[in-house]
Design a protein. Structure first.
Length: 253
């Protein structure tokens, strides 16, 4: 898809690729906010959940730590939720959390149902159909424990993030946004990582190994939380109008 020279360069510079992807996700989030307001942020939360499910199983090594692609997009959810809460309040942030939860459940259900369909037996199409089926099995071959761990960790950590963000905002009288953004995200990400690891990884490995895997991912989540703070300050200064797109369409017609 990309020119070979670009693919070759990024293959040799994986850390740069990871940093670039983090900034790309943050930039996309604030652009969606700029264009669509709170609707754009809610859309980004759902999009990042979908991306986390699609590419989360791709494991790579960044800065010497084994991690998955899902860390970037899952961390972006916390940024979008904090920006949503900062501009539109706790109620809207909690609503977005539940939208994300509903999207996660929908992805699991549809992905599971899709695997029930057998590949076509048509000789001219069977090879390609089997390849697609096997690929989907890798992406959506969820185990009940994995589904439970993901959904519970998401809901608990996101609800805690919204609660702590607004608690700190109240305690600091709206000052020190950097504090509430980083503190709420870092604590909530720790909860998410621990809950998921105890439910899922501990069933696969011993507790020590499960926690070591969790720690590696958490370090990168902390980095992303620190990086997104300037973006939050930048986006907060914008005068974004939440237009009624139905009314806008009627006016044009």
């Amino acid at each position: 898809m990309l020119p070979e020279v670009i693919e070759t360069w990024f293959s040799a510079h994986q850390n740069s690729l990871w940093v670039g992807t983090v900034f790309l996700d943050l930039f996309l989030t604030i652009m969606m906010y700029r264009m669509f307001g709170k609707m754009g942020l809610s859309t980004i939360i759902i999009l990042n959940i979908m991306l986390s499910n699609l590419v989360g199983s791709k494991v790579t090594t960044i800065f010497g730590l084994d991690t998955s692609m899902g860390v970037i997009f899952y961390s972006g959810i916390f940024f979008a939720t904090d920006l949503l809460g900062e501009r539109y309040g706790k109620k809207e942030a909690n609503r977005a959390v539940w939208l994300g939860f509903a999207a996660s459940v929908g992805i699991v259900i549809v992905g599971t149902v899709a695997l029930l369909y057998a590949p076509t037996a048509n000789p001219q199409k069977t090879e390609f159909a089997n390849q697609v089926h096997d690929a989907l099995s890798s992406l959506f071959g969820y185990t009940p424990r994995l589904v439970f761990a993901s959904l519970i960790a998401y809901l608990i950590s996101q609800k805690h993030d919204v609660w702590l963000y607004h608690l700190l905002k109240e305690k600091t009288q709206g000052k020190h946004m950097w504090l509430r953004n980083n503190a709420s995200t870092m604590v909530s990400q720790a909860i998410d990582t621990i809950v998921f690891s105890l439910i899922f990884w501990w069933a696969v490995y011993d507790l020590r190994t499960a926690m070591s895997l969790a720690f590696a991912k958490y370090i990168l989540k902390i980095v992303i939380a620190a990086v997104d703070t300037p973006f939050l300050y930048w986006a907060r200064t914008w005068d974004v109008s939440d237009r009624d797109w139905n009314e806008s369409a009627e006016a044009k017609s």
